[in-house]
Design a protein around this ligand. Structure first.
Ligand SMILES: [Cu+2]
Length: 320
């Protein structure tokens, strides 16, 4: 199992706490032991060759104790530095595989809110939904002034600076599924800095996939000028400008003039054309930028020649 950021920082904390406590206990115990051993019992004799105040002691055992205590300290400190550095290198760069398998999310801070965009083009504001147990790779930037993106519970903090991208990652533990955690701005960025907060919504992996599928859904409804559903005589073509998705749907694939397209994998810019198969309607062309579920209604207009014909018919009827 791979380590999460939280695991790394908790391990560093525990090792420092443990070693610190151990060193503290040894030093205090040795001090107390010596204080007791060399306590004033009133038995010292005047004739003893005692050092007086201000006089440096001479002799000794070749500084053995001094050497030992410096040596042990050096070993502890140097190995702590090397070990911690290694752990932090892992935090900085957990490996190329980790980068590729991760879910990519671009985070933009803009006074005074957080905006998120998933790698498939789906966007959200303030609430960042992520699957539990999956590595999330975050690229942060800013739309205006300096901000700093942070999720304290995930030990995440990254600068959000206009024109620059900082990157970081985190992985919510599977036991955290269903939790909401706080997203904050850690750079004093203006008047409403303290309200620049968001929510990290940790979801069960299956639930997250379901949510993402719902985001990648389009519904189209075809109506005529009288707002009643049109059920025949057209073909709708959907074409992505960012992937090679291109699909056509004929009127009989619609259900009472409505169709739901759920096999979309990439959001972003789409072109829609609706063509009449029997020449009764004017073609419709539209373009939209998908950032979430799409629900569009198109109105078909009677073909110009048809409508003139209709008009002259009514005129005839009127004069008769
Ligand atoms: Cu901010």
């Amino acid at each position: 199992m791979q380590m999460t950021r939280v695991d790394v920082f908790e391990q560093i904390f525990r090792v420092f706490l443990g070693l610190g406590a151990l060193v503290g206990i040894v030093v205090v115990a040795y001090t107390l032991y010596n204080a007791y051993k060399y306590r004033d019992t009133g038995k010292a004799e005047e004739s003893d060759d005692l050092p007086s105040v201000g006089e440096l002691p001479t002799g000794g055992k070749g500084g053995k104790k001094l050497f030992l205590s410096f040596g042990i300290s050096a070993i502890i400190v140097i190995s702590l530095v090397i070990w911690t550095y290694g752990m932090l290198l892992y935090v900085e760069d957990p490996g190329d595989d980790a980068r590729e398998d991760a879910l990519d999310i671009e985070v933009t801070g803009e006074s005074f809110a957080w905006f998120f965009e998933y790698e498939n083009g789906i966007e959200s504001t303030a609430t960042l939904r992520v699957p539990a147990g999956e590595r999330v790779w975050v690229e942060t930037t800013s739309g205006d002034v300096w901000h700093s993106f942070g999720i304290p519970d995930q030990r995440v903090k990254a600068d959000a600076i206009p024109g620059e991208y900082d990157e970081t990652w985190f992985e919510a533990d599977e036991s955290e599924a269903g939790q909401q955690q706080e997203i904050k701005c850690f750079e004093l960025c203006g008047e409403y800095h303290t309200s620049m907060v968001g929510t990290l919504q940790i979801m069960d992996a299956d639930e997250f996939d379901q949510w993402m599928d719902d985001q990648l859904t389009m519904a189209f409804t075809i109506e005529d000028q009288n707002e009643s559903r049109v059920t025949e005589g057209y073909e709708l073509t959907l074409e992505s400008q960012e992937s090679d998705f291109e699909e056509s749907y004929t009127a009989d694939e619609f259900d009472n003039g409505t169709i739901e397209v759920s096999d979309i994998e990439q959001a972003g810019e789409y072109n829609v054309t609706i063509e009449s198969t029997d020449g009764q309607f004017e073609p419709v062309e539209d373009q939209f930028d998908m950032t979430g579920p799409v629900d569009e209604t198109y109105t078909l207009e009677m073909n110009a020649t048809e409508s003139t014909a209709n008009e002259s018919e009514t005129n005839d009827g009127g004069s008769a």
